[in-house]
Every structure is written in structure tokens, then in C-alpha cells.
Design a protein around this ligand. Structure first.
Ligand SMILES: CC(C)(COP(=O)(O)OP(=O)(O)OC[C@H]1O[C@@H](n2cnc3c(N)ncnc32)[C@H](O)[C@@H]1OP(=O)(O)O)[C@@H](O)C(=O)NCCC(=O)NCCS
Length: 222
């Protein structure tokens, strides 16, 4: 398997990351562009994708129940490898970030959180997420979402974060609602999937709202 070339850069970047779990002052930094930090919770760790995650992500994210309401994932392991290389290039360009979701005690990804900027400078951004169905309802998503939202608002400096979820996607909408996201409206026939246009709910979280919410876990960055 191809070896990822970014380890040394990532170590340097991690050494520079400053994090204040209990202090709500944002620490806006662009260091993540040289390599994503590791965000560690109790049940889950979020880290940069590795090419060696491709096989597991292929198994987890290409099932019908996971993929039916999201943009079609790659259809082969090699397709996931290409996606991972693309994700790391786009992160280095500062346009996009993708965290692997790794359960405690494992070392491969079982899902991911993606973030892309909607305007230059990352004032507004959009996120999306997917998790292997074996891990639904386990709390991995909630804990991972808290870690990644803290990173998005306090490290990337995003002030408005959007998400789109097909209205039929009860779990996806439920997952956003329970985080405190606000549903702003319905984007009519905005998402083409399997030849059918679906309506999507537009959700947002504002930085000040996120910082005002009680956080259940104090994340750590390694
Ligand atoms: C979205 C996803 C990452 C969430 O992870 P998860 O572990 O399923 O999420 P959780 O179980 O923590 O939360 C989902 C919430 O929706 C609720 N929910 C589930 N089915 C529901 C339904 N039919 N109607 C309303 N709410 C529902 C759950 O009860 C839960 O809320 P609770 O914890 O308060 O009970 C996962 O379901 C997934 O990967 N889905 C496929 C990909 C996808 O749709 N991504 C989202 C694109 S916006």
C-alpha cells in the first residue's frame, strides 16, 4: 500500500496547535493546512485520512443504508484511495478538510467528517458526515461531532457552518437537530440521487451559538 508523505509535516503542525478546551476564545490558525491535528475523545479519535483507510471506508460507506441520501461514494477501494489523496491535496491547498472517524481501540477509519469552505477565508463553510451503520447509535457520531465542531469554530475560524440533508434522511436530520443546528428552510429539488431530485433541509450552526452551548466533553489535541 502506498505510504502517505505527510507525517513529518503533520508532526510539525501538531506541535504548533494551541488548544484551550475551557477557554472559549477562538484560536484561529491556518496550521491545519500543513496537516490535520489528532482530536481525541473518550470513544473516538479523529485524524487525517490515510490511504490505508480506503478498504475499511469502502466497506463502511458503500452500503445502501449509508449511501442512499448522500453524494455517491467511490465504488471501489482504489476509488477511495484516490479520494484520500485528493482530500489531502485539497487540505494542503486550504480548501477542504476531512477527518477520519476511528473508534477507541481501532486504527482504521469507520467514517468521516468533511468540511469545505463556501467562501474564500472560511467565514462560511459546509460540513457533511457518514459513519458505518454498525456504529450508528453508539455515541461515536455525537462525540466526534463535538470534537470537529470545536475545531471548525475555534481553530478554522468559521462563523457560519451549513449542512444539507435530504428531507427523507431522518437519521441525518435527527443527528443535526440534536447538536443544536437550526433548520433554516427547504431547498426544493436540490439534490439529484439515483435519477430523482430530492428536497434538502438547510441547517446552520453559528459560532456564537456553538460556544454558548454546554459541551459534554473537553476535547484534547495531540
Ligand atoms: C448521520 C450519521 C453520521 C449519524 O450517526 P448516528 O450514530 O446514526 O447518529 P445518532 O444515533 O447519534 O443520532 C441520530 C439521531 O436521529 C434520531 N433518529 C433516528 N431515526 C429517526 C427518525 N426516523 N426520525 C427522527 N429522528 C430519528 C435518533 O434517535 C438520534 O437522536 P437521539 O440520539 O436523540 O435519539 C449516520 O446515521 C450516517 O452515517 N448516516 C448515513 C450518511 C448520512 O446520511 N449522512 C448525513 C448527511 S447530512
Amino acid at each position: 500500500m502506498e505510504k502517505m508523505p505527510y507525517t513529518a509535516d503533520m508532526d510539525r503542525a501538531l506541535a504548533m496547535v494551541e488548544h484551550r478546551a475551557l477557554d472559549t476564545t477562538p484560536v484561529v490558525t491556518s496550521d491545519w493546512k500543513t496537516g490535520l491535528p489528532v482530536l481525541a475523545g473518550r470513544k473516538v479519535t479523529l485524524r487525517e485520512l490515510r490511504v490505508s483507510d480506503a478498504r475499511s471506508l469502502f466497506a463502511m460507506l458503500t452500503t445502501e443504508e449509508v449511501s442512499r441520501f448522500i453524494s455517491p461514494p467511490p465504488t471501489t477501494v482504489e476509488g477511495f484511495e484516490r479520494f484520500i489523496l485528493w482530500a489531502n491535496r485539497e487540505r494542503a491547498a486550504g480548501n477542504y478538510a476531512c477527518f477520519a472517524i476511528v473508534p477507541q481501540g481501532m486504527d482504521t477509519a469507520v467514517g468521516l467528517f468533511q468540511i469545505r469552505q463556501l467562501e474564500p477565508g472560511w467565514g462560511t463553510a459546509e460540513w457533511g458526515f457518514a459513519l458505518g451503520s454498525a456504529y450508528w447509535g453508539t455515541g461515536l457520531y455525537s462525540e466526534g461531532a463535538e470534537l470537529v465542531l470545536d475545531f471548525i469554530f475555534n481553530t478554522m475560524g468559521v462563523h457560519r457552518l451549513e449542512a444539507r440533508a435530504a428531507v427523507q434522511n431522518a437519521r441525518g436530520n435527527g443527528a443535526l437537530r440534536k447538536l443544536g443546528a437550526v433548520q433554516e428552510g427547504i431547498l426544493r429539488r436540490s439534490f439529484l440521487r439515483n435519477g430523482e431530485y430530492m428536497d434538502q433541509a438547510l441547517w446552520s450552526i453559528l459560532a456564537e451559538e456553538w460556544r454558548a452551548l454546554p459541551q459534554s466533553s473537553a476535547p484534547t489535541i495531540h
